[in-house]
Design a protein around this ligand. Structure first.
Ligand code: EPU
Length: 421
């Protein structure tokens, strides 16, 4: 397993360009299942998760080619409607193929994702919505089997909890449903809007994406996705903002969308970080000492759970005590034990982390436990005194494209230690 070796203490300066959003790429790739033909998706980040989704599509019979940020997916001949355990267990977002497969074939078989490092993450809301649309659902051998004979029927669905992939899955399932499907308490995330825009460009009739009520009127057919360009990754943006903020850096973050990161900008400004909008991006200037600040994670447009760990690393070296509350996932504090190894002072009480800022973190060997936890260790290591070795960075490779190259280009001292067999 590869590791990252980071020597902290450098001020990061320069420009960085943000890649396409992982969490927009994955549903868009799944959406290509919906119709026959060749789809083209642009600005696709080169990531392990994108690769895994490509493998899922290949299992179904699709031909997938990736070249320089452009994905060509040919779904003319799909022979299977099965997302196998071997792939779903490595990436639960594979479940995004469920809605499109049921919509195209009238049936689908998807390995039931188990829990993961950050929580139990059930898919009951995806399944109850499909049931409401007339699908029969059974569980056999760890697989969810969904059958609706021919087509789903439009339904009025109220999501009990805001669910991002649940909203995406049902939006895709509903594109061919008879009549109208109304999703209430739908997720507002930009990735949901990107998917709705892409589906509409394929011929779907979806209104209201980006609000809590989405309406989908069933159509008879769709055409393949024609050169849709994926939105920038707002969490990669936030992570580079944290990297600049914690290193007293001065970084211009290019190819990003300010309207997708308003809550992050607002929170960072409260900690003394200077953020200026420039014509081609946002400039993030870290203060001499960060000011402590409280944060509670919530669905978009509030502060995202996917930035909680990186923000905690910043607060670990702030001038006071910060209260961080995670409300989305029940086990998303795995990075805390690793930050403690670097000298952070953090106590967890239920869903709350009390972070007492320390003067200096110290480099240590640490272990990445999930994607955003790994990112927080990178943020912390860049300010820590001495060397940090981060093990198991395959987690990082799931969601950050060439992160060590991007950090090195900003003057950070980071090296990938390749695993030798
Ligand atoms: N939930 C249920 N039942 C469901 C679905 C969700 O109880 O059927 C619960 C979850 O357990 C969780 C909450 O609802 O407590 C919200 O989960 P959601 O379904 O919104 O999460 P997700 O769709 O599985 C996506 C992102 C995550 C991100 C969350 C929250 C993708 C592929 N994944 O997950 O991204 O943290 O939304 O914003 O879009 C990451 O990129 O590191 C990552 C984990």
């Amino acid at each position: 397993m590869d590791k990252l070796l980071i020597k902290g203490g450098k001020q990061l300066k320069g420009e960085v360009s943000i890649s396409g959003a992982k969490n927009a790429a994955l549903p868009l790739m799944a959406a290509t299942i919906l119709c026959k033909g060749k789809s083209v998706i642009k600005n696709v980040p080169k990531l392990r998760d994108v690769n895994t989704m490509a493998e899922v599509l290949k299992t179904l019979g699709a031909v997938v080619e990736y070249n320089n940020g452009i994905l060509n997916i040919d779904t003319t001949v799909l022979t299977e409607a099965v997302a196998p355990y071997e792939l779903v267990k490595t990436m639960r977002a594979s479940v995004l193929t469920l809605g499109p497969m049921v919509a195209r074939f009238g049936h689908a078989k998807v390995s039931m994702p188990g829990g993961c490092a950050i929580g139990a993450r059930p898919i009951n809301l995806h399944l109850s919505a499909l049931e409401k649309m007339g699908a029969d659902i059974t569980l056999d051998g760890g697989y969810v089997i969904v059958d609706c004979c021919k087509v789903l029927t439009g339904a009025h669905i109220l999501f009990e909890t805001v669910t991002v992939t649940g909203t995406e899955n049902i939006m895709m399932a509903a594109v061919f449903a008879e009549g109208k499907t109304i999703l209430e308490n739908a997720a507002l995330e930009p990735e949901v809007v990107d998917l709705a825009n892409a589906l509409n460009s394929m011929g779907a009739q979806i209104t209201g994406a980006g609000t809590s009520t989405i309406e989908i009127t069933g159509v008879d057919e769709l055409k393949p996705l024609d050169s849709h360009s994926i939105i920038p990754d707002r969490i990669e943006t936030g992570t580079f903002m944290a990297i600049s903020a914690i290193t007293q850096g001065n970084v211009l973050i290019k190819r990003t969308r300010v309207d997708h990161i308003m809550a992050i900008i607002e929170k960072f400004r409260q900690t003394g970080v200077i953020i200026e909008e420039e014509p081609d991006g946002i400039r993030v200037i870290g203060p001499e000492k960060l000011t402590s600040s409280n944060v509670k994670t919530n669905p978009f447009p509030s502060f995202p759970t996917d930035m909680q760990a990186q923000f905690m690393a910043m607060m670990a070296v702030s001038n006071g005590t910060s209260i961080i509350q995670e409300t989305i996932f029940e086990n998303r504090y795995m990075h805390v034990a690793e930050l403690l190894r670097m000298g952070a002072k953090i106590e967890i009480v239920d869903t709350i982390a009390n972070v007492h800022g320390v003067k200096q973190l110290k480099g240590a060997p640490v272990m990445a436990t999930d994607l955003r936890a790994s990112a927080s260790l990178v943020v912390a290591a860049l300010v820590a005194e001495g060397e940090t070795i981060i093990d198991r960075i395959y987690h990082l490779d799931r969601g950050y494209e060439r992160i060590e190259e991007k950090i090195a280009a900003l003057g950070g001292d980071v090296k990938r230690i390749k695993y030798k067999k």
